[in-house]
Design a protein around this ligand. Structure first.
Ligand code: PMP
Length: 457
């Protein structure tokens, strides 16, 4: 039965990432409030937030300090911009802090409001800087199949998922997609992780050669692919990929929108996985999702190219009204202060073994083909046949079924194709991890019962 509020929702809100044909009959899950790692729907039913919202709510709900930081900034100066030679303290202090934390040489931070805007900015910077450097033919950007980099025109083009391209007339020209580094799905029979990584690096080398290295400018990668299904790269992957990039003078862009700020137990996922990026996109956990803010961290050589271009043509013609919004910047600064004061990274490192132990134990479940993860993020991939890895018919939407059972059990997780992803707030405790996986286990058992009784295999 759809409630009045659900009917109003369905009649008025165009829902992102939803099945617009089935949503009105199903009704949205309408949330009202949150406390710690739990959210409550309008009927007061609690759910453990196993996705930290959309991989972003690191500190959980109800952080009064973040509310205070926003309120104080709103009272003092609710808005000021960074255009035409203006600035304000929250943006300056946040840029300084990010330079200090950055895992690579960092000159400056460009602020924006979302991960998509950050990656759009990356694309524009690649084009602009190569024009500034007098090599206008070096413009192509290589992303990867199953990558997720956002939904604006350029960032959706980088994204390597069919739903973001089909009927949107994307990708735009000049974007290529290299192979997906998912060992379970794409390794050859008997191929080790290292051999698989070598093959992917060789394929990338061949792709760049075929395109012409003088036309390829950048390679973009999430340390761990998130919205493509939580895909952890095989051992030695980035090491080998980076050798190819260096050989062809192709810069590396790290999309740290999910991994940044502690998800893998380090400030940046790049550090955890041996990536040495030139530029970095950040968002989400930067403000623990309490305010929309994102950014691109650039090194000296890009900053110098931008500055010398400005000397020639004047204004750097890029920026958003809300670039470095003072309230969002104040909230982000406070978030980073809390991460340090409460040693959130240390906490993550201390609970990761328990999280991964409980996650990977599901590899024995009859529905699960692969239980994969790193740090405090993971996924379970449902398969019809464990021995052959045969997938379910996508029409049966088995992962969505698991997620629906989980919701009934009081747990929010997310279906991505055949995978169920899990990405809890960084502050989750060991007892809450147990609660999460106990509920997920019940959801899996119910889904297995359903799959058997309905002959879904
Ligand atoms: N990059 C990555 C790695 C992401 O996970 C996301 C969002 N899930 C984005 C970019 C896009 O961010 P936004 O939705 O804030 O535009």
């Amino acid at each position: 039965m759809v409630t009045n509020l659900q009917a109003r929702d369905a009649a008025t809100v165009l829902h992102p990432y939803s099945n617009l044909s089935t949503l009105p009959a199903q009704g949205s899950l309408i949330l009202e409030r949150g406390e710690g790692v739990f959210v409550y729907d309008v009927d007061g039913k609690p759910y453990l937030e196993g996705m930290a919202g959309l991989w972003c709510n690191a500190l959980g709900h109800g952080r009064e300090e973040l509310v205070q930081a926003a309120a104080e900034q709103m009272r003092k100066l609710p808005f000021a911009h960074l255009f035409t030679g203006k600035s304000h303290d929250p943006a300056i202090a946040l840029a300084e802090k990010l330079k200090e934390l950055a895992p690579t040489q960092a000159a400056k931070v460009f602020f924006c409001n979302s991960g998509s805007e950050a990656n759009d900015t990356q694309v524009k910077l690649v084009w602009y800087v190569n024009n500034a450097l007098g090599r206008p033919q070096k413009k192509k950007i290589i992303s990867r199949i199953k990558a997720y980099h956002g939904v604006t025109v350029a960032s959706a083009s980088l994204t390597g998922l069919p739903n973001n391209h089909i009927d949107f007339d994307l990708p735009i020209a000049g974007i290529r997609h290299a192979a997906c580094p998912h060992h379970y799905r794409f390794a050859l029979d008997g191929e080790s992780e290292e051999q698989f990584a070598t093959r992917l690096a060789d394929d990338l080398d061949a792709m760049i050669q075929a395109e012409g290295p003088e036309t390829v400018a950048a390679f973009i990668a999430e340390p761990v692919m998130g919205a493509g299904g939580v895909i952890v790269p095989p051992k030695t992957y980035f090491e080998k990929i980076q050798q190819v990039l260096e050989k062809h003078d192709v810069m590396l862009i790290a999309d740290e929108v999910i991994c940044g700020f502690g998800r893998l137990g380090e400030w940046f996922g790049s550090t955890a996985l041996g990536m040495k990026p030139d530029t970095i996109s950040i968002a989400k956990q930067l403000s623990s999702s309490y305010a929309p803010i994102a950014g691109v961290i650039i090194p000296d050589w890009i900053d110098d190219a931008l500055t010398s271009q400005s000397a020639k043509i004047g204004v750097f013609g890029h920026g958003f009204t809300y670039s470095g919004h003072p309230v969002a910047a104040a909230v982000a600064l406070k978030t980073l202060e809390i991460y340090e004061r409460e040693n959130i990274l240390g906490h993550v490192r201390s609970i990761v073994p328990h999280f991964q132990k409980r996650l990977t134990a599901f590899a024995d479940h009859p529905l699960v083909g692969e239980a994969r993860g790193v740090g405090l993020v993971g996924a379970l991939e449902a398969v019809a046949d464990k021995a052959t890895k045969r997938s379910f018919d996508p029409k049966r939407a088995v992962a969505a079924k698991i997620v629906a059972f989980a919701e009934e059990e009081g747990l929010i997780v997310r279906a991505i194709g055949d995978a169920v992803s899990i990405c809890p707030p960084l502050v989750i405790t060991e007892a809450e991890i147990d609660l999460l996986f106990d509920r997920l286990g019940r959801a899996l058992d119910r889904a297995e019962g359903w799959a058997s009784s309905e002959n879904v295999r």
